[in-house]
Ligand binder design. Sequence first.
Ligand code: SIN
Ligand code: CO
Length: 382
Amino acid sequence: MQLNNFDTAAFLRDYWQKRPLLIRNPWRSWHNPLTPDELAGLACEDHVESRLITQSSDDWNAEHGPLPEARFGELGRTPWTLLVQAVDHHVPDVAALIAPFRFIPNWRIDDVMVSYASDGGGAGPHFDHYDVFLVQGLGQRRWQIGGMCDDQTALRQHEDLLLLANFEAVEEWVLNPGDMLYIPPGIAHNGIAVGTDCMTYSIGFRSPSRKELIGHWCDDLLPGLGDDDRYRDPDMTLQDNPGEIPAMALDRLHAMIMEKLADRAEFARWFGEYSSTPRYPETNWSPEQPIEAEHLRHLLKSDQMLFRNPASRFSFVREDDRSLLLFVDGECFPCEDEAASFAEILCAQDKFVIDPEWRTSDAAIKLLAKLYNRGSLSFDWG
Ligand code: SIN
Ligand code: CO
């Protein structure tokens, strides 16, 4: 799938992380990839994260899935919306919606959330910390855009929903099927269904906070640090006031931390593992019987399509001309020469036919077998 009349370089330069952009139907022919019934079915499943938001007068109520099937029959005339997370992990045609956005690196891509709303329904005025492309799938939705928000922005008192206490629309558009709206992080927005059968696909991106990076990396570093790696001061001299923590001591203490945190190579390895860890590891594609290298060689000969597990994240960090670190599902696979070139192919697309020439590369077959047997790749999806 490709977007028509969409200049990715101009988009990155002028809009990405900067300002909203309305894009009227950029698809060659828009086809809604999922029915409302199929979405409701997913919300009833155990391993799928979903929320049902109902509105009555000025009150908002949120219920978390899995929802009992009968719940949909009980919904009255008051506006409601169903939000289902990571639908791309379950529906190949929804996963295909990510393809046109692959100009954004894999490590920044999150998942596709799908919403269904009854007339007047919506998630309420809010802001997200992430970039999002909101693609109108079915029916119509009025999108209102407000100003820039941050941690200081006043929120309504609600235990489950982060709704803005004050929302003033500065611009609004009604989106028809196939239309899409890009919203950068922090921009207030409010989407209200116009008529019934409103479905919206949110292609969401991730960006770690400093708090998350420091917290998680330090958690990872701690087990490797021993008790005997400790502050020492054999050069201590007399000081005027024993109450002072001298600058030299502070410098040395601070350096103990900074030296460790300045290790770029260690950080790269940790970040690759951390950012490739799947959020929903339930999408298990591991084969019942591990595949043998010889069988894999044979399958490559027959030009079979290979799929990346949609829950798996594939990225790499280049080390030098010959080597890179491949990261898949929280694991690091150091690759050299042929294996490194092969790893680049695996990271570039989410489905591919591997050139049969790779059959002769033991390194490529070995890597493929490892990834296949841990369920990160499969010949069978969709
Ligand atoms: C929706 O699809 O209703 C909500 C999407 C969003 O505002 O992030
Ligand atoms: Co939002």
